[in-house]
Design a protein around this ligand. Structure first.
Ligand code: SAH
Length: 398
């Protein structure tokens, strides 16, 4: 089967051959007449040789999202259904489906060769994001297939991110199929009971990318006085308490997130004086604690994305450094710092340098006792390593 040809410039062919899933508009030489936004195009090289196939959208900076490098693979209902089934199967084969009461990311866009599609399962409900025009057109099929594969009770859409605008689509959210999810879905994260608001919560409702790190952090917490900065709905706080922390202070600037955090703590039997929740700006709160001489045995720092684009790199790096310096100044001897960056533009190496410069400037001798990344249900294509946005370090002071 042939689709409209999209010829790319010679010096950009290598990237397609190497299976990088994006083609920027500047890489395109010409597109055959008749290719409409959202259509499938055949990407060809200078000599007309077939290189790959993808969704075309001239309105987007990323003019083609590639989904196939095999000419025999024709885009049809069976192909998409097969990719969804494979995404689920691959996760199950590495223990990344936590079972019927748990939550996980079933589809992670390009990494599952399903560009612009995110599917998260929260217990019996699926939450979808359609962020690429060509994928948006497959909505009915994708939703029906994913429901069938998972046996989910209902499907909800959260295509309300900036990414839609870049594709020339409006934001949209609401019911897609089956039962409407409850106001809060209770999920089980390795024994932690957590409430998720898929209608209004961040992302599709919860930070699933941190699931493994939250669970893993428990082993470090026994007997510690813990400070969880940027706590959102308290995932790390519940984990710390489950791991035997003697106290957990949770800080976030979002009141609704903090209210859910309070209920999540209660739901797991952690309430009272040892588990305060503070509605505040983290940097100001850290500064005040430092000045008052408040100290902790473990600090978790999981800030929002400080680097949204290249121009913000320097400013963002400075912001990471500042909060890390402040957090380090609160640590008791032997204290732990769990520090994260979800800025894709800040690589692991740069992040480590920034954290190092925070330790140098604060005169702290810290050592790395763990390296963390996004959960395995958010896989990263080797051909597109930039998709590995979340990185973290567990540091221990002397
Ligand atoms: N660790 C969390 C996710 C953190 S997301 C989890 O595992 O679920 C980042 C959080 O930072 C969001 O909840 C957001 O409300 C909060 N936030 C953003 N800017 C902030 C600021 N200046 N001070 C305090 N919280 C902030």
């Amino acid at each position: 089967m042939n689709f409209a040809a999209c010829r790319i410039k010679r010096d950009r062919e290598k990237s397609v051959r190497n299976r990088h899933p994006w083609i920027y508009s500047g890489a395109i030489q010409e597109v055959e007449a008749g290719a409409a936004p959202g259509d499938v195009v055949d990407v060809v090289g200078q000599e007309g040789e077939w290189l790959g196939r993808g969704f075309y959208n001239p309105a987007s900076e990323i003019a083609v999202h590639l989904f196939s490098w095999d000419r025999a693979e024709t885009p049809c209902d069976a192909l998409w259904a097969g990719r969804l089934a494979r995404a689920l199967e691959l996760r199950r084969s590495i223990g990344a489906d936590p079972g019927p009461d748990g939550a996980f990311r079933m589809v992670h866009s390009d990494s599952d060769l399903l560009p612009g599609l995110v599917v998260d399962r929260y217990a019996g409900f699926l939450v979808f994001q359609f962020l690429v025009l060509g994928m948006d057109r497959l909505k009915d099929l994708v939703v029906a297939e994913a429901m069938k594969l998972t046996g989910a009770k209902g499907a909800w859409e959260r295509s309300d991110t900036d990414a839609r605008g870049k594709e020339g689509m409006g934001r949209t959210h609401g019911p897609l199929a089956g039962e409407e999810p409850p106001v809060e879905i209770e999920i089980d994260e390795a024994g932690a009971r957590l409430l998720v608001d898929v209608r209004n919560g961040h992302k599709t409702g919860f930070y699933l990318d941190q699931a493994k790190n939250r669970i893993g952090s428990r082993a470090f917490m026994r007997g510690r006085k813990v400070l969880n900065c940027f706590c959102y709905t308290g995932g790390f706080s519940v984990s710390a308490a489950m791991g035997g922390a003697v106290s957990v202070t949770s800080v976030d600037s979002s009141r609704p997130a903090l209210e859910t955090a309070a209920r999540n703590m209660e739901l797991n039997g952690f309430s009272g004086e040892a588990f305060p929740l503070v509605n505040a700006d983290v940097p100001s709160c850290l500064r005040r604690m430092r000045d008052e001489g408040v100290r902790f045995d473990a600090v978790i720092l999981d800030p929002p994305r400080y680097v949204a684009n290249r121009d913000a790199l320097q400013r963002g790096a400075r912001a990471y450094k500042d909060i890390n310096m402040l957090a380090m100044s609160l640590l008791e001897p032997g204290g732990l710092l769990f520090t994260f960056s979800c800025s894709g533009l800040m690589g692991e190496e740069l992040f480590q340098k920034v954290v190092f410069s925070a330790s140098a400037d604060s005169g702290r001798n810290m050592r790395i006792v763990g390296r963390l990344a996004q959960a395995p249900d958010h896989p990263v294509l080797l051909s597109y390593p930039q998709a590995g946005y979340l990185k973290g370090l567990i540091l221990q002071g002397k």
